[in-house]
Design a protein around this ligand. Structure first.
Ligand code: ZN
Length: 603
């Protein structure tokens, strides 16, 4: 057992809530494990079962292999959780993981899956708790944005591999069960079930399921029966297609208007191998917007054929038709809309996903008034991801749009969006880049400070260099990345010691950025400096006691150096020396994923 400081929170309903903190982190317990007590209340409320254990403790440990683990009453996390309040501004990762592991105390610990095949009864619920928490704490847009990302994680995994049943009896290795099916698809299916039965029935069914099966192991039939007993409805069709069969619908949609009627054709085009149904049954809503109104004519339909056409009365041609306006359906869509329809959708449809899809689709549309107006409006959207995506979608911002970008650069409440705007504003060569950059340097969130520094480089390198020196003492990966880029660009080899100090501290992608900068700067050094730097990278690459990210970053830097030397066409003896080093590192590496990456090196 390591040496931890125990931080005691206020007890929750008489239950001790403690944080076991690694030395140096005790003042940050509540930033690292945010909203713990609030979540105990929230999840007790939504499940109707008060937190059923005698205490709640959380601890982050070094070199933990599996992200986090819901050990009953004593959750373990990896060290990636660590951060100060300032590091964690706008980072919702920690609260989602805290929610996930905590919800397992109901789904996973209180009631647990009977076999690995039923793992989604643990992980699907824990995954969905993240949605429930985001919805409760940060609102529907934040929750739907989270779901959008979860779904795309699942779609990505199916593209790379093959779909399988959510309740999966044919897995080869139990580790295969811990995939984007059990987690992401499981959460998305629960979301559909909630939408289908309604909130009251959904949460009553969960309470019934938990109470009926407390302290026991279950299969998916127990979940189905809990919902059937609560709703009085046969739900075999739902559980069959979503839990016991594989895949998801691929839908091609088409709308036409003639003679006062809207005709919506829905075709299911999913491939039917791997036990994917040819026909999914989908009760779904359709919203028809007309005459610039923001109140739709809502229709409820059931899609239950391979191809079918639905007809609705409409006195005028609709501005836009929205299929599944709650975006609850786990499906992929092929639905062509004009820029005018997309503009109408952006204005009228209330769901975040509709606005998000509009911007994604506008990116491939030719320039038009509708496109320009929508992107300009999107810069003022209440949800940060829409403002961010609007900037990404703009190719040549108009003066009005650039003014919008400047507003975001000067004070957007969301740090990543603000940082992106600062970069964009500097690149577009807007007026007063220096003012915007200098004000960013005094902001709290590190991504904003880093973006401010990068912007300042482009207009006043000398001021940027001075600012950079002041930032060297900050231990944050965004800052390290920005400094690495700046110093490499300036070619100031007196800065090598900065990198050599930070090399043993940064983690994750920050390590890759830092060592990439180090490598670029090192190339400008003397032969002695280069030899010393290469030796340092080699030591780090070989060090099985340090973070795998640092090892990877160091080894990648060595390989990139070798590539650069080869490309320069010289016959430097270093090319072979670096190859030998990479071979040595590869032979000593214990992590399979890294070994595999190294296979591609040194060819
Ligand atoms: Zn889990």
């Amino acid at each position: 057992m390591g040496d931890f400081d125990v931080v005691e929170d206020q007890a929750w309903n008489g239950i001790p809530v403690n944080y076991y903190m690694e030395k140096g982190w005790k003042d940050h317990a509540k930033d690292i494990y945010p909203y713990t007590r609030e979540m105990l209340s929230f999840f007790s409320d939504v499940t109707g079962v008060s937190y059923p254990w005698a205490k709640y403790s959380q601890v982050a440990v070094r070199d933990y292999v599996s992200g986090a683990m819901e050990n009953t009453t004593a959750v373990i996390f990896g060290e990636f959780m660590h951060g100060t309040k300032r590091d964690l501004i706008d980072v919702d990762r920690n609260e989602k993981i805290v929610a996930h592991e905590m919800f397992h105390h109901w789904f996973g610990d209180y009631v647990t899956c009977e076999s690995w095949s039923n793992l989604t009864l643990n992980e699907g619920f824990a995954n969905y708790s993240e949605y429930l928490w985001m919805e409760e704490k940060h609102g529907r847009d934040a929750a739907d944005y989270h779901m959008l990302n979860e779904r795309s994680g699942y779609f990505g995994s199916v593209r790379r591999g093959e779909p399988h049943e959510l309740i999966w009896y044919d897995y080869e290795d139990k580790e295969d069960m811990f995939d984007a099916h059990s987690y992401n698809k499981g959460g998305a299916v629960l979301h559909m079930l909630r939408h289908y039965v309604g909130d009251d029935a959904f949460f009553s069914s969960l309470k019934h399921y938990l109470t009926e099966n407390q302290y026991s192991a279950v299969e998916v039939d127990e979940l189905r029966m809990a919902f059937e007993e609560t709703t009085g409805e046969d739900l075999n069709w739902f559980f069959d297609q979503w839990f016991l069969k594989a895949g998801h619908p691929a839908l091609t949609l088409d709308t036409e208007y003639a003679d006062g009627k809207v005709m919506l054709t829905v075709e299911q085009t999913q491939k039917t191998d791997n036990n994917v149904p040819a026909i999914f049954r989908m009760p779904v809503e359709v919203d028809i917007y007309t005459n610039g109104s923001t109140t739709p004519n809502r229709q409820v339909i059931t899609v239950d054929q391979r191809k079918q056409t639905f007809t609705f009365d409409s006195p005028v041609k609709p501005d836009v038709v929205i299929f599944d306006p709650h975006h609850q359906l786990l499906a992929q869509f092929n639905y062509t809309k004009s820029a005018e329809e997309l503009a109408a959708q952006f204005k009228a449809a209330p769901n975040l996903v509709d606005r998000y899809l509009v911007l994604q689709r506008l990116s491939s549309k030719e320039a038009s008034a509708a496109k320009t107006q929508t992107l300009t409006a999107a810069l003022k959207d209440p949800f940060h991801a829409i403002r961010g995506l609007a900037m990404q979608t703009m190719t040549e911002p108009t003066a009005e749009q650039l003014a919008g970008v400047r507003m975001i650069a000067e004070g957007d409440p969301h740090s990543e969006v603000r940082a992106a705007a600062i970069g964009m504003f500097a690149e577009a060569g807007g007026d007063n880049v220096k003012t915007v950059a200098e004000s960013a340097l005094t902001a709290q969130p590190y991504p904003v400070v880093a973006a401010g520094l990068q912007a300042l480089v482009s207009v006043d390198p000398e001021a940027a260099s001075k600012a950079a020196t002041r930032l060297e003492s900050i231990e944050n990966d965004d800052i390290a990345g920005a400094l690495a880029e700046l110093y490499a660009e300036m070619g100031d080899v007196s800065k090598l010691p900065y990198f050599e100090k930070r090399m043993n501290e940064v983690d994750g992608y920050g390590a890759l950025n830092l060592m990439d900068g180090y490598r670029n700067l090192l190339a400008k050094g003397s032969p002695d400096q280069i030899a010393a730097g290469v030796a340092k990278l080699k030591t780090l690459g070989l060090n099985q006691g340090t973070s795998p990210w640092r090892r990877l970053a160091a080894t990648k830097a060595l390989n990139d150096m070798r590539e650069a030397l080869k490309e320069a066409g010289g016959a430097s003896p270093m090319i072979d020396q670096l190859k030998t080093m990479i071979e040595e590192i590869k032979a000593k590496e214990t992590v399979g994923d890294l070994k595999q990456i190294y296979e591609g090196y040194g060819q």
